[in-house]
Design a protein around this ligand. Structure first.
Ligand SMILES: C[S@@+](CC[C@H](N)C(=O)[O-])C[C@H]1O[C@@H](n2cnc3c(N)ncnc32)[C@H](O)[C@@H]1O
Length: 241
């Protein structure tokens, strides 16, 4: 085929439509190839060094302590829900940063789905480091502090998450308000690729609320979509438009 003919074919609306359909099929395959099956995910974790970690740290009644994350069934289910809500079982490979990444289940499922996953956490709980090692995940050690930028990263992100947030002075008199959040969100936005999203998941404070009314109004004014403890910035995923 001559070059001029090839170029004409590329510009043809039917070729463009067929290419779009082909791309759609490729994107769809993530959903079918990587069917999110909690049993398979749990089995894949159990096969790793998880049992040794479990035996070192598990107690009968972990309460609200970090030992609760050894309940694989519960936490894989919670993190599968997070992955689905963010439509990460769909579409192209994304670069994801999870702040306060804990035991790493969310990032493990993301990585399992083919995404590029990076955690950020403090070093206080040795079990989190052991879990990251066992799960084959990477994290940056860093303490998030009010009015301090995050460290430099070697990439930009399509999604930045923080679930069950504790770095915001949670349950303390120093609980963050709009000024502290404004600083962090401004910083996070510089770390995003075009079209990137931020998902915050709040913990309940002592009075049972997730955030003050003042903070809720600030998030709304900044363009957030709020669903109880979930606060999201950036475009809706394609399926929810
Ligand atoms: C309640 S756990 C939530 C873990 C995980 N995001 C989840 O939802 O399963 C809070 C996490 O935040 C981390 N963290 C607490 N203070 C932090 C800070 N100032 N900077 C970074 N991470 C922090 C803890 O080490 C822990 O990993």
């Amino acid at each position: 085929m001559r070059l001029s003919h090839k170029l004409a074919k590329l510009a043809n609306p039917r070729t463009v439509r067929s290419a779009k359909q082909h791309l759609g099929r490729i994107l769809l395959t993530r959903r079918f190839v990587f069917r999110l099956d909690a049993g398979k995910i749990i089995a894949s974790i159990e096969r790793l060094e998880f049992q040794a970690i479990y035996e070192r740290y598990a107690v009968e009644n972990p309460g609200g302590s970090w030992r609760k994350y050894l309940d694989l069934k519960r936490w894989v289910a919670i993190n599968l829900r997070r992955v689905r809500e963010l439509e990460l079982d769909w579409g192209r490979r994304k670069h994801i940063l999870d702040i306060g990444s804990g035991a790493g289940y969310f990032l493990y499922i993301c990585q399992w789905l083919g995404h590029d996953a990076l955690g950020l956490d403090i070093e206080d709980v040795p079990m989190y480091a052991e879990m990251f090692e066992a799960l084959g995940l990477k994290r940056v050690l860093w303490r998030v502090e009010a009015f301090q930028p995050l460290p430099a990263f070697d990439r930009k992100f399509d999604l930045i998450t923080a679930f069950m947030i504790c770095f915001n002075g949670h349950k303390s008199p120093a609980l963050w308000g709009p000024k502290e959040w404004s600083f962090l969100l401004d910083d996070l936005e510089t770390r995003l690729n075009p079209g990137g999203r931020i998902r915050l998941g709040f913990n309940q404070e002592n009075d049972g609320t997730f955030y003050t009314e003042e903070l809720r109004r600030y998030f709304i004014a900044r363009g957030a979509r709020i669903d109880q403890h979930r606060v999201t910035f950036g475009p809706r995923p394609p399926n929810r438009r």
